[in-house]
Write a protein that binds this ligand. Structure first.
Ligand code: FE2
Ligand code: FE2
Length: 308
């Protein structure tokens, strides 16, 4: 029998994702890192198909949920995911215009894939959603912990967008799993959903990445495959443990600790005057600190971050 447990954050805040992507944005937005740039571009392409699917699944689940707290979480979850995919769509349009019209076919393929998936049972869609959300929580840890090696000197608009997107993923990390537990709770479909939700999205992202690398004429180069191996190893090493822990029958996203950087960012945003643009993370700064005044020099934060 499902009963709501308090989540790790006080509130799931719906923020205006007002990131700008200038017209002349280079799709190779991480200097010297073609494969990594296209890996994230490929994942970005999936979002306007995946995230509306999550929102629809969440809204449908709400009809079966009694808990007022969970209903409130579902509303916030849907609000956040809607902001994400609209912003990804704006970024994807710029990427496509700046050298990759081939992405149109990739997107058509994704559109069909998620339309097909939306015909599955609600239990299966929820297990998939919970599995995917487990992975994004791992992505938060990966992107924050490795932000310097991943995004140093990268385009600050895209790097900040990805990091802030993942911060919100951690903020709402409990919602999809709570929905699954409230609706079904059966172990086996949830177990399978961990693989389905993460591999399906990453698979589509990597397929689009290959389209871009083919366009760039670098698919035959050993250096491309070496880079790709390195990126995959880093992703598996950093995100894999989150998936493994999610396979445990007693798994609850609440037991995954929220990174200090994420908590600091959430606190910093709270103090921001309404209507302002979300500040960009300085990718040229050696520490790429949380972009709110005081945060970079906060000693307690520095110590907590070092301990992570
Ligand atoms: Fe999202
Ligand atoms: Fe999410």
């Amino acid at each position: 029998m499902y009963s709501y447990k308090p989540k790790t954050v006080e509130k799931i805040v719906i923020r205006d994702f007002n990131f700008d992507f200038p017209d002349d944005t280079d799709p190779i937005w991480i200097p010297g890192q073609r494969v990594r740039s296209h890996m994230f571009n490929g994942l970005s392409l999936t979002m306007p198909y995946l995230e509306p699917f999550l929102v629809k699944t969440g809204r449908e689940t709400a009809q079966h949920v009694d808990s007022e707290e969970l209903l409130e979480d579902i509303r916030s979850f849907c609000g956040q995911e809607s902001q994400h995919y609209k912003c990804h769509r704006r970024l994807n349009d710029v990427l496509r215009a700046n050298g990759y019209p081939e992405f149109e076919a990739s997107e058509a393929y994704m559109d069909r894939a998620w339309k097909n998936l939306s015909r599955a049972s609600l239990e299966k869609r929820l297990a998939y959603s919970a599995g995917f959300e487990t992975m994004t929580n791992g992505f938060t840890r990966w992107l924050i912990k490795k932000r310097k090696s991943l995004f140093q000197n990268a385009d600050p608009h895209i790097a900040s967008f990805w990091i802030v997107h993942m911060i919100e993923e951690t903020e709402h990390k409990t919602v999809a799993l709570d929905c699954y537990m409230a609706y079904s709770g059966r172990y086996l479909p949830r177990f399978l959903g961990v693989f389905h939700g993460s591999f399906h999205v990453v698979g589509h992202g990597l397929r689009a990445m290959m389209v871009a690398l083919k366009k760039d004429g670098v698919l035959h180069k050993p250096s491309t495959w070496w880079e790709l191996t390195r990126e995959m190893a880093s992703m598996i090493y950093n995100v894999g443990p989150f998936l493994l822990r999610a396979l445990l029958p007693w798994h609850d996203a609440r037991s995954e600790k929220d990174p200090a950087y994420m908590q600091m960012w959430v606190k910093g945003y709270e103090g921001m005057p309404a209507g302002q643009k979300i500040p960009l993370i300085d990718t040229q700064h050696p520490d790429m600190p949380v972009p709110f005044r005081g945060a970079a020099t906060d000693e307690a934060f520095g110590a907590r971050q070092a301990a992570e």
